[in-house]
Design a binder for this molecule. Structure first.
Ligand code: GLA
Length: 388
């Protein structure tokens, strides 16, 4: 993480006064493959990045949280007993996490806090999960004797999105932020909660994000509509097959999708088609990785991009353009990363093609859209932790 403890500490003391507290950090994430599969009970393949959120926290002996956002230069005070909480979303994340931890029986008290982050906002790298996970981890440590297990901490962040922000997200981002491990990607089965670390050291390849800087904002975005489409299909399959145990598209088959044509909208079917395809692609990528077959990994990434763009329809012109450039530059794999509607492409590129790809992507994008995309080299880092 480029952010230093001292940067946060100086501001903490300046804006909140008194003695230093404890400092915690939690990262953003990338996802190699497995998009919009988490809330469908499928597999995801994320890893934590070096960029993240960092927060200094000091209990203040009251029932009030006094919070300062270093990046936004914004200050607020709110009671942990007030059910409504603050309005600004950057404070609502902290409030939501505190309330959810209290609901789990953690005796959270008031605290003073200052926080900052270096996950580019709106890049689809999950700055919000980084913030939630940072506070969930910290409050567990400060007030809860670390009694809450890591998966539950991830769920605290997810519940905060659902109840306090209004995004019905899956578990991938918070899971990655809490469980991240330097040099490793993680395959999570979102139905069972089982996960496995995969060393990520693709010899001869680099992972690079190209941030279109088209603002990705899941709040109020059609993200929730996509999820609804998937649920509509599950409901229709259950109606046709009452005996079948089905709660998510994970349990659905291609035949069943065919059967419900006409019972749900054509759009819903199109969305579910993507999800079923993506489910297979994640497993194919895992096999390919075990064989060291990066060409196959890359091929699946392009297929995912196509599906996200044409079936799930969460791409935008700029991201499709970046994907086309990747193809033209013989990049091994490229696709939209994260929820979509803007943000980054993730690219798996052979080392010898890297320079040409990055230069071409930046110049062609700038020529077409009048602004430079931002190049972010991926370094896989650790998950939520205490820094001091
Ligand atoms: C967002 C959500 C995740 C996941 C991705 C898409 O990042 O927060 O839960 O659904 O979109 O894969």
């Amino acid at each position: 993480m480029k952010l230093k403890i001292d940067d946060v500490r100086t501001r903490f003391i300046k804006h909140l006064g008194g003695e230093p507290g404890s400092v915690y950090a939690s990262p953003g994430r990338i996802n190699l493959i497995g998009e919009h599969t988490d809330y469908n009970g499928g597999f995801v393949f994320p890893g934590a990045v070096e960029q993240g959120m960092i927060a200094e926290i000091r209990p203040n002996g009251s029932r009030t949280i006094r919070a300062y956002s270093i990046d936004l230069k914004d200050y607020a005070e709110f009671s942990i007993d007030d059910k409504k909480g603050p309005r600004a979303s950057h404070f609502r994340y902290i409030f939501g996490v505190a309330r959810e931890m209290m609901a789990l029986g953690v005796p959270v008290q008031g605290f003073d806090t200052a926080f900052a982050g270096d996950v580019p906002n709106g890049a689809g790298m999950s700055s919000s999960a980084a913030l939630e996970s940072c506070y969930a981890f910290a409050l567990n440590d400060i007030f809860g004797d670390n009694k809450i297990d890591k998966m539950t901490l991830a769920k605290v962040g997810q519940a905060t999105e659902h109840k306090y922000i209004g995004v019905n997200c899956g578990i991938m981002d918070q899971f990655a932020s809490v469980f991240g491990k330097k040099g490793h990607l993680m395959r999570l089965d979102c139905r069972s909660g089982e996960y496995q670390y995969f060393p990520w050291n693709p010899k001869g390849y680099k992972l690079v994000l190209i941030n279109s800087c088209v603002k990705h904002e899941l709040v109020g975005s059609p993200y929730n509509d996509r999820r609804k489409s998937c649920e509509n299909c599950v409901k229709a399959i259950k109606e046709l097959h009452p005996e079948k145990e089905i709660t998510t598209l994970r349990e659905a088959t291609w035949e069943e999708l065919k059967e419900i044509e006409g019972k749900v909208s054509a759009e819903d079917i199109k969305r579910a088609n993507f999800v079923l395809g993506e489910k297979d692609r994640v497993l194919a990528v895992c096999d390919a990785l075990e064989r060291g077959d990066y060409e196959e990994v890359g091929q699946k990434m392009y297929e995912t991009h196509y599906g996200l763009s044409k079936e799930y329809e969460v791409s935008c012109e700029e991201l499709d353009f970046l994907n086309d450039i990747a193809k033209e530059c013989s990049v091994t794999g490229s696709r939209i990363m994260g929820g979509g509607f803007g943000g980054c492409t993730i690219n798996l590129v052979a080392e010898e093609l890297y320079d040409n790809f990055v230069t071409t992507a930046v110049s062609k994008f700038q020529e077409k859209y009048g602004k430079k995309p931002v190049v972010i080299n991926v370094v896989i880092g650790d998950g939520a932790r205490k820094l001091c």
